[in-house]
Write a protein that binds this ligand. Structure first.
Ligand SMILES: Cc1cc2nc3c(=O)[nH]c(=O)nc-3n(C[C@H](O)[C@H](O)[C@H](O)COP(=O)(O)O)c2cc1C
Length: 191
């Protein structure tokens, strides 16, 4: 059996914050099942926001020369993609959103230019927290992440979403979050 590869995108600018800690547990679960895991902090990368130059409309390739050049390849080949990102202003923070917007070239290539695209059952998983207790707190972010996963050709396999989390102490004290994250990681690479 081929070893599952997991690409983990840490989308918060806060290292060792709530989403980062949850992500580490998901990854620990995946490693326990033998997966090979790579974690990337989006805040450490140079990712220029999409400027809608329109060049990808013709070629399906983005002309911007930055860290997306190599990240595209990983997004398109890892068996499991996990995005862990907090809620900022009811949506995703800039670090995550810039990376997602830059996938417009993949969308064009796949759905507009209808170029060949790798097949296979790849999975996407979303981890998020926010400090509010509002209903629909995650609605916008989940819609964005679903569009992102569809674009890169992965199935939205699930999520872990926790409200009323202001800082990492809240997530550490949550009755089930740590266990849920570990279990999600083992499950993600098991079937
Ligand atoms: C700029 C900014 C905007 C935020 N906007 C929201 C928001 O709209 N809704 C919410 O529930 N929490 C909001 N938060 C709170 C974060 O989601 C919360 O503190 C979260 O626990 C941070 O997760 P992290 O430790 O993984 O970075 C915001 C925080 C910042 C810094």
């Amino acid at each position: 059996m081929t070893k599952k590869t997991v690409l983990a995108l840490a989308g918060s600018p806060v290292k060792d914050g709530s989403t980062d800690r949850l992500l580490d547990l998901v990854l620990r679960g995946a490693r326990m099942k033998g997966a090979s895991v790579e974690k990337i902090y989006l805040c450490e990368l140079e990712i220029t926001p999409c400027n809608s130059c329109g060049k990808c409309e013709k070629t399906g390739a983005c002309p911007i020369n930055d860290d997306m050049k190599w990240l595209y390849k990983k997004l398109l080949k890892s068996h499991v993609i996990i995005l862990a990102s907090p809620i900022y202003f009811m949506g995703l923070p800039a670090q995550s959103k810039s990376m997602i917007d830059r996938c417009q070239s993949i969308w064009v290539k796949r759905f507009k230019l209808k170029k060949k695209f790798g097949k296979g059952d790849r999975k996407g998983f979303f981890v998020s927290v926010g400090n509010m207790a509002r209903p629909h707190l995650f609605r916008g972010a989940v819609a964005t992440v679903k569009a992102f996963f569809t674009t890169i050709g992965v199935r939205y396999a699930g999520d872990l979403l926790f409200s009323k989390i202001e800082d990492k102490e809240n997530i550490m004290e949550h009755p089930t979050a740590m266990k849920d994250a570990l279990e999600a990681g083992t499950k993600l690479v098991s079937d």
